[in-house]
Design a protein around this ligand. Structure first.
Ligand code: NAD
Length: 487
């Protein structure tokens, strides 16, 4: 069976209580194709208060029976959904690509497989997420249980429109919560199309729902009095607003996966081919629109000349693979939209005036939002290029002499998502990994993730962790039961 939706049959309804429905009060928004800015649709439904209420009510009705399902029943549903997502990976990616512009081979496939695998992986956790039993003391036995929170929500960004859904929805559902998904207003279609697969997999009505909308829809979820958790991925500014709304409403639980400005530190003994390959992929993947992109590169002074030569040449080679994301062989597509393009272009214009440019710096072509991979050199810690997340294929390259100096430089931002150290010296690798102020560290690698281990940031890059067991904990409350054995 083919996926019901395609670019010529877009999903243009909300998915509430296992039905595709129009919003209660007709409101819509538009999306454009980033390769030429042509209109893709001006009829995407914008969920407002009545729609959020309908979804929350359906979720509340579904919750008691859903949390009581056996592990085997829940596991089968998650596995089925994962299999359906995998089966329809190309079609789902097409629905993402038409407004995101990400090529299938270099990013789309990875993203969809991540989503499918998240459902399969968390299906496996359901009957293994045990509580604890403590030694008996004075006639009391104590046990802990992981209880679902109730109605939960996920608010996701546009840069990983499917993968990030899996990281939130799968652990939420695996732990017995109901889940309301709000995709980004820039990439709504793959998420809306999931509705047909949720139903086909056999999920009961109200358990997994999808509301397209913008920040106003997200805010309705974040401040809702009967939603018990919001898992958010997006910018720091929005993350702070969400935490405030959560605190001022019902103190709902919040997980925040926010921006990054990740340093890659390359010591003189590193394998240079490996370091160059990771640094190039890390800043060109998804056209640099990746939270964990290695956007600050520090190279030890004795090898900076050789590294610079190879890094520049590899980035210029990658620039040859910029083009139509629908074509095979394209590795870099456009930026997501005009707003993002103008933002990146602003950094390039200002950067070119005050810093040396190693490569790039220009728009590619005169239509669509394509930008060359760009590197500025000798950028000091006061520069906006050093301090701010650009979210485009733009990196800075600096040299260093000593380990202590580079640790100080690497930590000199408010971000703390990921860092990488490249060296053959295991002692140094572990020492530096310990000193980085970041939630994740790569040794001889950077800008990567695994479903099985915690993913998340320190400092202003986030709060809480996704993936692995950490996500199961984040979607549950620990309940302590104390049993008096005397009576
Ligand atoms: P964004 O903050 O603008 O939007 C993210 C989501 O929040 C969207 O769905 C949007 O509609 C919604 N939103 C906007 N305003 C809201 C409000 N007031 N209340 C509730 N919801 C609201 O971010 P973006 O531009 O979509 O995504 C890019 C950012 O996401 C970058 O900073 C990037 O680093 C970050 N990101 C982080 C991770 C991670 O795992 N740490 C992964 C991917 C992206």
């Amino acid at each position: 069976m083919a996926l019901e939706f395609s670019p010529s049959n877009l999903p243009l309804k909300l998915f509430i209580n296992n039905q595709y429905v129009d919003p209660a009060n007709p409101a819509v928004f538009s999306v454009h194709d980033p390769t030429d800015n042509s209109l893709v649709s001006d009829k995407v439904p914008l969920a407002a208060e009545a729609d959020v209420e309908a979804a929350v009510a359906a979720a509340e009705t579904a919750f008691p029976a859903w949390k009581a399902t056996t592990a085997a029943e829940r596991r089968a549903l998650l596995q089925k959904l994962g299999a359906l997502i995998e089966k329809h990976a190309v079609a789902l990616q097409e629905l993402s690509r038409i407004t995101l512009g990400a090529p299938y081979e270099s990013i789309g496939k990875h993203e969809t497989v991540l989503c499918a695998q998240a459902f399969e992986y968390y299906a496996g956790w359901i009957d293994k997420f045990a509580g604890e039993a403590y030694p008996q003391e004075n006639g009391f036995m104590r046990i802990t249980r992981h209880e679902p929170l109730g109605v939960t929500a996920g608010i996701v960004p546009w840069n990983g429109p499917l993968g990030i859904i899996g990281l939130k929805a799968a652990p939420a559902l695996a732990t017995g919560n109901c889940f309301i998904l709000k995709p980004s207003e820039k990439t709504p279609f793959a998420a809306l199309a999931l509705g047909s697969l949720i139903k086909a997999a056999g999920f009961p009505p109200g358990v997994f729902q999808v509301l397209s909308g913008d920040g106003t829809t997200g805010a309705l979820l974040a401040k809702h009095m009967r939603i018990r958790k919001v898992s958010f991925t997006g910018s720091i500014a929005t993350g702070k607003r969400i935490q405030k709304m959560a605190a001022e409403s019902n103190l709902k639980r919040v997980t925040l996966e926010l921006g990054g400005k990740s340093p890659a530190v390359i010591f003189a003994d590193a394998n240079l081919d490996n370091a160059v390959a990771w640094c190039v992929n890390a800043i060109t993947m998804n056209s640099g629109q990746a939270c964990f992109a290695a956007s600050r590169v520090y190279v030890q002074d004795t090898i900076i000349e050789e590294f610079t030569k190879r890094y520049k040449s590899a980035l210029e080679e990658r620039a040859q693979a910029i083009g139509d994301p629908a074509k095979q062989g394209t590795l870099m597509g456009p930026l997501v939209d005009e707003t993002q393009f103008n933002r990146v272009q602003g950094f390039l214009d200002r950067g070119t005036q005050s810093h040396s440019l190693l490569t790039g710096g220009q728009r590619v072509g005169d239509k669509g939002w394509f930008v060359q991979p760009t590197v500025f050199t000798d950028v000091g810690p006061d520069s906006e290029l050093y301090k701010e997340e650009i979210f485009g294929p733009v990196a800075i390259l600096n040299s260093f002499k000593a380990e202590s100096e580079v640790i100080q430089k690497a930590n000199a931002t408010e971000y703390g998502l990921m860092a990488g150290v490249f060296t053959q010296d295991i002692n140094r690798a572990l020492r530096v990994a310990g000193e980085f102020e970041s939630g994740m560290v790569g040794v001889n690698c950077i800008s990567l993730n695994f479903l099985t281990v915690p993913f998340g940031g320190s400092k202003q890059s986030g709060l809480g962790r996704e993936c692995g067991r950490a996500a199961m904990e984040a979607f549950t409350e620990t309940k302590t039961v104390m049993i008096n054995l005397t009576y």
